[in-house]
Design a protein. Structure first.
Length: 261
């Protein structure tokens, strides 16, 4: 009646046996096993919906996890994709060859050398700028006509911080926060800021700074960007008030010492 009587139509069910004996299982049981083997690799569409709902719930818990919240940038964990959540539990080792990927990579200006003398930017703690450096810088404005060695160091230090606050590509956003292409440039600008050398405003063609109490504005005539071959950057400026031109340069010590000599 069902068509199973003709055994020649179903050779995969009614297989010929060398012993002459047929299968001991009923026909519907054998068909059930055949269907199970054929469909074991298929996933129903409803299961995809269930998996996406589970991933959505996992992303919600990750975004509200206090252990993954960063106080410095005031940001929680941001889940940008739901397809990788279930694979995070499989990660046991992370390998990285780039500095800053897995570390904080925080850079600060701690010391500098002027005229063979080492100066500490901070005194006892990293929150207190060195008062001796501030006094030396301020003496440059008071004793411009003094040719003594003390005033020479003051002039050199003034020019040093002036170069730090002018020779860079750092900009200020609308929230008065610095944005830099590299952390070392940001560290130098912050270091100069400790001694009243501040970046007020920077545009594509002008830069306005505070040089130890004196506000100056410059036209940016040309910038030679830092690269791995030159290992230094330079900037050509024109002061608007005095019409003087300044060529400032900074870079790696291995390159700058050769250029100076």
């Amino acid at each position: 009646m069902l068509g199973y009587e003709n055994k020649s139509w179903y050779p995969y069910i009614y297989q010929e046996s060398n012993t002459g004996s047929e299968s001991i299982l009923p026909l519907f049981v054998e068909l059930w096993f055949v269907i199970l083997l054929l469909l074991n690799n298929f996933i129903p569409i409803s299961l995809y919906v269930t998996l996406e709902l589970v991933n959505l719930g996992q992303s919600y818990f990750m975004g509200n996890d206090l252990n993954m919240y960063s106080e410095e940038i005031d940001s929680p964990c941001i889940v940008r994709t739901s397809s990788l959540l279930q694979e995070l539990g499989l990660v046991s080792n992370i390998f990285s060859d780039k500095t800053g990927t897995l570390t904080k990579n925080e850079m600060k200006l701690i010391k500098f050398v002027i005229n063979n003398q080492i100066y500490d930017v901070y005194e006892n703690s990293e929150s207190t700028p060195n008062s001796n450096i501030s006094e030396i810088v301020m003496n440059n404005n008071k004793n411009n006509n003094d040719n003594s060695s003390k005033n020479l160091n003051s002039s050199l230090m003034y020019d040093f911080f002036k170069c730090l606050i002018l020779c860079h590509t750092v900009v200020k956003d609308s929230n008065n926060k610095y944005r830099a292409e590299s952390p070392d440039e940001l560290a130098l600008v912050y270091g100069a800021e400790q001694f009243s050398f501040n970046l007020i405003e920077r545009g594509s063609s002008t830069i306005k700074v505070n040089l130890a109490g004196k506000v100056c504005e410059y036209d940016i005539l040309f910038i030679n960007q830092f690269n791995a071959d030159r290992k230094r950057m330079s900037i050509l400026l024109k002061e608007l008030s005095t019409k003087k031109y300044y060529l400032l340069c900074k870079g790696a010590d291995t390159t700058m010492v050769i250029d100076i000599h």
